[in-house]
Each structure stands twice: as structure tokens, then as C-alpha cells.
Design a protein around this ligand. Structure first.
Ligand code: SF4
Length: 292
């Protein structure tokens, strides 16, 4: 099934028009890209095209709950794909199978997500074989919220079991850029992975972050309240501001306020006491005179 147009902004269309494959795209390597949503498809599609692949997006996400959320993500993806010149294939969304194979893992996230990746990526690889693709990949590899190692293991396993070539990429460093581009495009960006468990986990994480921010703010306020009196006291004790008297001892430095103390020093022998020799010589002369 080809991509269908959904509501997108003019800016979105102009941006994505730049991403349309050139005439050289016919020489590009066809690749079936499992797409989990519109925002997570932006950067993988751009980068794969740069690497010489021409992606077709495969939609198979029976994990997304509730149904209205599933449809909203799909419509967002279709609208963007149309402008980007991408074909979107809608494959099976086997919700019953997801409930039987994935949901029983409950809050055991590693096992639950592995089972969820396996179900979706096996569907993508089945589609690749049926549609004649040899290369497969997934946009799940762009989100740091996914379990990248487990997801990659399941992609490789599912592809090899079907004789396909898995294109393994780590796009997680592009996630922030993808989110920014999605916001610029006015795309809908969800705040949980997809299943009801992930919605609950995301809600708990947000609440924990809010609580941590509140605690940190309260602690900061308490610290600033207890510090204020100390800083005032310290400021008033600065020398030269409120205690000018403390400088008085400094003005008694030698040679500045006590010039008198130097007077004794000027009475050095041979400089200030020539008179003391005169009486001696006078006495000597008078003695000589007496002797003579
Ligand atoms: S958290 Fe995401 S990957 Fe894991 S089971 Fe739920 S929908 Fe699937």
C-alpha cells in the first residue's frame, strides 16, 4: 500500500522535498525499513539515502495501544512519507498475537521488549521476502529509550533465518536531532514507547523526575535561607569598611608616623658628634700649653 497524504505543514513539505531521491535513486539499493513512527523515521531515512539505500517503510506495530494512538502515529508517518517521496507498506498488525506472546511478560521489560521486537521484526522480514527485498533494517535503532542490543539481536536473527541481509546501524546519537526536526515539522511526538506497560512506566518515570526536581529545589531554597545571615556578618567584618579603627596600627609604620624614632639613629659616631672631639683637642692643647 502506498503512502497516503495526511496533514503536514508547508515548512514540513519544503524540508522533506529536499530529501526526495534524485534520479540516481534508481541505482540505490532497495531496503525495507521497519518504521515504528514518523519522528523516529526522519534520520534513518536521511542517513540510509546518504549511504546509497532507497528505503521503503514497512508498518507493523500491533504493540501500540490504545487503537487511537496507533492510528495517530500511522497517520503522522504517512503524511511525512508522502512528502519525502517514500512508499509505506502496511503489513499485519496482529494484536491478538501480541497479547498472547508479549503481554504475559508484564513488567519484565527485557523479556517483554525482546518478544515485542521479535514479533514486529519477523513480520518485517516476512514482508521483505514476499516483496522481494534483500536488505532490512528498523527505525527502532534511533531511540535511546529502546533496548538497542536486544533489538539488534532480534533483527539479525529474523533476517538471517529468512536469508536476508540485516542493515545494523546505531542511530541513537541522532535521536535529539530527529526530535528537533519532528518538532520543527509540527509532527506528533508521543511520550511513551507504545504498549500499555510502557505508558505506565513512562508515567512513573516522569513523576519520579518531577519529585526529584521538587526535592532539589526545596533543598536549594533551604540552603540559601540558612546561608544569608552568615554572608551578612562576613560582609560587615571586612577591613576598612566597618572597622576603620583596625587600620590605626598600620599607620604606625616606621618612617611614616614616628619620624622621631629616627633622630637617635642620626647621632651616629662621626656624623653628629664632631663637637665631642673639640673639647678633647682643646683639653690636649691646653695641656700642651701647660707643659710648654
Ligand atoms: S516498551 Fe515498546 S518495545 Fe517494549 S514491549 Fe512495550 S511497545 Fe514493545
Amino acid at each position: 500500500m502506498s503512502a497516503q497524504l495526511a496533514g503536514t505543514s508547508t515548512q514540513d513539505r519544503q524540508t522533506e522535498a529536499e530529501l526526495r531521491p534524485s534520479d540516481k535513486a534508481s541505482a540505490a539499493v532497495p531496503l525495507l525499513l521497519h518504521g515504528c513512527c514518523g519522528p523516529c523515521s526522519l534520520e534513518p531515512v536521511r542517513l540510509l539515502r546518504e549511504q546509497g539505500y532507497e528505503p521503503t517503510i514497512l508498518w507493523s506495530n500491533p504493540n501500540i495501544q490504545p487503537a487511537a494512538e496507533h492510528d495517530r502515529r500511522l497517520v503522522t508517518l504517512l503524511g511525512w512519507a508522502y512528502d519525502a517521496g517514500l512508499e509505506v507498506v502496511q503489513w499485519t498488525d496482529d494484536r491478538e498475537r501480541w497479547e498472547c506472546e508479549v503481554a504475559p511478560h508484564g513488567t519484565n521489560r527485557a523479556d517483554r521488549c525482546r518478544s515485542c521486537y521479535a514479533l514486529r521484526l519477523e513480520a518485517a522480514c516476512d514482508a521483505a521476502r514476499e516483496l522481494g527485498f534483500h536488505h532490512v533494517s528498523t527505525t527502532l535503532a534511533v531511540s535511546p529509550h529502546q533496548l538497542w542490543d536486544i533489538c539488534t539481536e532480534e533483527l539479525v536473527r529474523a533476517a538471517h533465518e529468512r536469508g536476508l541481509e540485516p542493515v545494523v546501524q546505531d542511530w541513537r546519537d541522532r535521536y535529539a536531532c530527529a526530535q528537533a526536526r519532528a518538532r520543527d515539522c509540527g509532527m506528533y511526538c508521543q511520550n511513551y514507547c507504545g504498549c500499555r506497560f510502557s505508558a505506565m512506566e513512562a508515567q512513573i518515570e516522569r513523576q519520579l523526575r518531577r519529585d526529584a526536581r521538587k526535592r532539589a529545589k526545596k533543598l536549594k531554597n533551604q540552603e540559601s535561607e540558612t546561608r544569608q545571615p552568615e554572608t551578612i556578618q562576613l560582609e560587615t567584618r571586612q577591613p576598612g569598611v566597618n572597622q576603620p579603627e583596625t587600620r590605626q596600627p598600620e599607620t604606625r609604620q616606621p618612617g611614616v608616623n614616628q619620624p622621631e624614632t629616627r633622630q637617635p639613629e642620626t647621632r651616629q659616631t662621626g656624623v653628629n658628634q664632631p663637637e665631642t672631639r673639640q673639647p678633647v683637642s682643646a683639653q690636649a692643647l691646653s695641656a700642651q700649653e701647660v707643659l710648654s
